[in-house]
Design a protein around this ligand. Structure first.
Ligand SMILES: [Zn+2]
Length: 300
């Protein structure tokens, strides 16, 4: 499932092809990805539409159009792919192709999804999709309560500290809670905790300010590096031009249970927390709040 670095990479690659470009013709081949708008209305609405900007918030990709048209709010979920190509399959040739839009300058914008979980919502102009057309289209569940973007300026160590204060939930679960910070999923929450040397089952409220600052810095550096490597391709993710990301071989925790920690050599373990698995190093990521000693294990 694409997380923040993957969606950001898709945003950047699509932006180079789409900003200023016009959708000449829009064809909906499988309408179930559209939420709250009929396929024919959607196709009519966006025929001739000019793309103004590509944005992102958490794991949502936002395609903004000129002339006050509602923006597209796209969540790719498990296997959705939004990308541009020189040529497009003919309808019927690719059973997983959901949308094809002919670009005025040549080429196609395509939405393809094998497992059919991707969704496209319409976001009317105005704050948080409200404004004059508030209520015109259904918003994604949780959109209005979406927390600060994990890479945005709003997410400060102080804000993270407030979000975790008094929380008994494991820090791993809190990192996945999009209301507290938006953009992390299973991969980057494991990686951030490994970098910050924090045990995934630690209660959020038990983290000391210094540990939270360490976690915040780990999240930043991790996401920035992953974007530099154009994201992590584990199974399905491809960027907006159809290329895989290069960060998978740089993962330190996620998907490496049973393999040696690249920091201390201990065997990585995994545990289930609230229905999600967390992979961590039992030596580098001690459970006890022993301050700096967490970073310098006493036993070998
Ligand atoms: Zn280790």
């Amino acid at each position: 499932m694409p997380e923040l670095p993957e969606v950001e990479t898709i945003r950047r690659t699509l932006a180079t092809h789409l900003v200023g470009e016009r959708l000449e013709r829009v064809e909906v081949l499988h309408p179930h990805f559209l939420v709250g708008v009929a396929a024919d209305r959607f196709a009519r609405l966006y025929a001739g539409a000019r793309v103004e900007e590509l944005g992102r918030r958490g794991k949502y990709l936002i395609v903004r159009f000129a002339a006050g048209l509602p923006a597209w709010l796209v969540h790719l979920r498990m296997t959705g792919r939004l990308y541009v190509r020189e040529t497009a399959p003919e309808p019927g040739d690719d059973p997983h192709l959901h949308l094809r839009a002919r670009l005025a300058g040549g080429g196609w914008l395509l939405l393809r999804d094998v497992r059919k979980f991707a969704r496209l919502y319409l976001l009317a102009a105005g704050p948080a999709g409200g404004g004059a057309e508030a209520g015109a289209f259904p918003l994604p569940p949780g959109w209005l309560r979406l927390g600060p973007d994990a890479l945005g300026d709003e997410l400060t160590p102080a804000r993270l500290e407030r979000a975790f204060a008094g929380r008994r939930a494991p820090v791993k679960a809190l990192l996945l809670d999009q209301r507290l910070l938006a953009g992390l999923g299973n991969i980057y929450s494991d990686e951030a905790l490994w970098r910050a040397r924090l045990h995934p089952a630690r209660a959020g409220g038990s983290l000391r300010p210094a540990e939270i600052r360490r976690l915040w810095a780990a999240i930043r550096s991790l996401l920035e590096e992953a974007i530099d490597w154009r994201g992590t391709t584990f199974s399905d993710y491809l960027d907006g031009e159809g290329f895989p990301g290069g960060f998978a071989i740089r993962l330190q925790a996620y998907g490496r249970a049973g393999q040696p920690c690249r920091r201390c050599g201990s065997r990585l373990e995994s545990l289930r927390l609230g229905g999600r698995s967390a992979t961590f190093c039992p030596r580098c990521q001690r459970r006890a709040t022993t301050g700096d000693r967490v970073e310098r294990p006493r036993t070998r």
